[in-house]
Design a protein around this ligand. Structure first.
Ligand code: VAL
Length: 190
């Protein structure tokens, strides 16, 4: 089975603090949409250069400069550039909060962290982090005190949301549709 690959936008809580316009967002790429309900953070590389550049709709999106042309195309206007270290602990609006509300752990901050495992060989240089589903994700959670939610049970079924009881990967189609409805789907490629 081929996992769908999606680009989603996580809007910054306080874009003005970085000198960016309203609506500015982290652009995040993932091949596991079914883990997005358990997102708690995004990982950036401390030494990469990042830019906030305008997409075709005039929205400011943050991504690694080395992937700018590949992702946004030729000639995208760059508003600002940042070193990864300048984008640490930047709070954003997560795509989903349901799992955390249900678990009663209080709300995570949903923020960026830095880790040198982040690559710019594909994606956007900004990695969706869901700690229960990856070793690197777990390390980021530990380093930044992000909560860990195990979103699927021992049988591999979702424990939360409208996908409760659905086998993890089988929820991909529904979650992709849901992301479109939430207005956070930027691009899908299969
Ligand atoms: N970080 C991974 C991804 O972006 C998973 C493990 C959540 O797909």
């Amino acid at each position: 089975i081929q996992d769908p690959s999606v680009y989603v936008t996580f809007a910054l809580r306080d874009p003005a603090a970085l000198g960016l316009p309203e609506g500015a967002a982290f652009l995040v790429w993932t091949t596991t949409p079914w883990t997005l309900p358990y997102n708690v953070g995004v990982a950036l590389h401390p030494d990469f250069e990042y830019v906030a550049a305008l997409d075709k709709d005039g929205r400011a999106l943050i991504l690694a400069r080395s992937l700018l042309t590949e992702v946004l195309g030729e000639g995208a206007e760059v508003l600002k550039s940042f070193r990864g270290t300048e984008l640490e602990r930047v709070a954003y609006e997560p795509p989903y909060t349901e799992a955390y509300a249900a678990e009663g752990e209080g709300k995570p901050v949903w923020m960026s962290g830095l880790d040198t495992y982040v690559s710019d060989s594909d994606g956007t240089g900004i990695v969706h982090t869901a700690p229960a589903f990856g070793e690197d994700d777990m390390r980021l959670a530990r380093n930044y005190g992000l909560p860990v939610i195990v979103g699927v049970d021992a049988e591999g079924k979702h424990r939360f949301g409208p996908w409760k009881g659905v086998f993890f990967r089988d929820a991909n189609t529904d979650i992709v549709r849901d992301l479109r409805g939430r207005g956070v789907m930027w691009k899908e490629k299969n």
